[in-house]
Design a protein around this ligand. Structure first.
Ligand code: DSN
Length: 479
């Protein structure tokens, strides 16, 4: 452990150096820390990376180009980048028990694109794809793209639908994945909100996808990856899991056996900044069969790797290999369950009736609100969440009927079950005291709402009090 003094000195010195060039940026960085310290952050996909992870990103690796892979670069002078990338990959392999790790993707969507192209290249005979793999995507001509389309045909992907909690990169039309693939979705059982594996199997038999995707960003339950793999095998599909949201729970061995995707999937993608608590970025894990194709991610679909972020990934993955990370991961789930119980006990409606991961999805139609109204009313009260569709959402993906809340960030701050109950009280108070507003012509609005500002202020102060017992980055003082 570094000394708290060293952490304060490092951030203070960095700000002093930045301030000398553009003081407004130094101010904005300081203001961001202050805002994060004061807000009750319940965004399920956010966290607080460690000082070591943050500091690993601010250095000379940022200046280095390093297309290619360890020991096989398109640029000279990459020996130190090789060290960083090899270490990050080693930590990832050890942490997740994977035989191959590719740590270059810049984000979750990039990791998914690498996986899609790797699977296509592995499974589909296409000279155009082979040509595309050795050229920058920007250099492809229109004819190259037509040839790719002709040769790849309408390959099929089956993934979880967006309103059931799936992710937009799993074939949703406005995303490139929905244009690359002929896509179908599986939803959840309307009565329970749970994945019905028999229905997934039936959909797979009927549709016969090339890729079966599991993983989610708003499904509050575990997924049985052993069963999903059996379904994929029964139709000859490649089984891909996007574990972006719950990678920290896999790393911390909260999800094991049938619920650990790594032994069951042909390929696993993730982000590194959510429950895994690293820098913003992505990663792909796979077995030896797909490793060569995955390693072609750059230049096939990725821009040059970001060595400074790979350095931070290595630091965060090393942290996740420590025994205390397992304790952290378990507390994330304990806190989510305490939050769910607190909300249920106060009369809230939760999709699936609870949670067994890091997130809770409140159906705010029970409060007579849309997700948009609820999100803003909570924000006015110092509680940061995001609106989210619920299964078969009558309000669609923009207004929505849900609020997604997650516990990775508050758990990092050290909040526990008692504070989760207090948080449930604050959320319930705001939602039960907010009423839908009207448009100027008197028609009901899905965005406007009425909330007494005095109540919002009171809740905001209560939220700040709650957080004051668990300061964020207590080791860091900027003044
Ligand atoms: N934006 C992330 C989330 O909030 O779930 C996923 O891309």
């Amino acid at each position: 452990m570094s000394s708290p003094n060293a952490e304060s000195t490092a951030f203070r010195s960095a700000l002093e150096v930045i301030r000398a060039v553009e003081p407004r940026i130094a101010d904005a960085i300081g203001a961001e820390l202050a805002d994060q310290r004061e807000s009750l952050k319940l965004i399920a996909s956010e966290n607080y990376a460690s000082p070591a992870t943050l500091l690993a990103m601010g250095n000379w690796f940022s200046d280095k180009y390093a297309e290619g892979t360890v020991g096989r670069r398109f640029y000279a002078g990459c020996q130190n980048v090789d060290t960083v990338e090899a270490l990050a990959a080693e930590h990832a392999r050890e942490l997740f028990g994977a035989s191959h790790a590719y740590v270059q993707p810049h984000s979750g969507i990039d990791a998914n694109l690498v996986a899609f192209w790797a699977i296509l290249a592995d499974r589909v005979e296409s000279p155009a794809l082979k040509r595309a793999q050795v050229r920058q995507v920007n250099d492809l001509t229109e004819e190259d793209w037509f040839a790719l389309r002709r040769e790849l045909g309408d390959q099929r992907m089956l993934g979880m639908s967006l309103d059931a909690g799936g992710h937009l990169t799993h074939g949703f039309r406005p995303n490139i994945s929905g244009k690359m693939f002929d896509q179908r979705s599986y939803g959840t059982d309307p009565a329970t909100g749970l994945i019905d594996y028999d229905r997934v199997a039936a959909a797979a038999r009927e549709f016969r996808p090339l890729i079966l995707v599991a993983g989610y960003s708003a499904y509050p339950r575990k997924v049985n990856f052993r069963i999903m793999r059996e379904i994929a095998d029964s139709v000859g599909a490649t089984f891909m899991v996007d574990m972006a949201h719950f990678a920290g729970l896999v790393a911390g061995k909260v999800f094991t056996g049938d619920f650990d995707p790594v032994p069951h999937a042909h390929i696993v993608t993730t982000t590194t900044h959510k429950s895994l608590r690293g820098p913003r970025g992505g990663m792909v894990l796979c077995g030896p069969e797909l490793a060569d194709q995955v390693d072609r991610g750059c230049p096939m679909v990725l821009g040059g790797p970001l060595p400074h972020v790979m350095a931070a990934k290595a630091v965060a993955l090393a942290e996740a290999r420590r025994p205390d990370f397992a304790d952290y991961a378990q507390r994330i789930v304990d806190n989510a369950q305490a939050l769910a119980e607190g909300l249920l006990g106060r009369g809230a409606t939760l999709v699936t009736g609870g949670t067994d991961n890091h997130l809770v999805l409140i159906d705010v139609s029970g409060y007579g609100l849309t997700g948009r109204q609820a999100e803003q009313a909570l924000l006015d009260s110092g509680i940061v969440t995001n609106r989210n569709a619920v299964p078969q959402d009558p309000n669609g993906a923009w207004y929505t009927s849900g609020i997604r809340i997650g516990t990775p960030a508050l758990t990092t701050r050290g909040l526990g079950a008692a504070e989760m109950d207090a948080t449930a009280e604050l959320i319930h108070t705001v939602l039960s005291q907010t009423t839908p507003g009207s448009n100027a012509d008197g028609t009901p609005s899905k965005a406007k709402y009425v909330l007494d500002p005095a109540l919002a202020d009171k809740v905001s102060r209560q939220a700040t009090d709650l957080l004051s017992t668990h300061p964020l980055y207590p080791s860091v003082t900027l003044t």
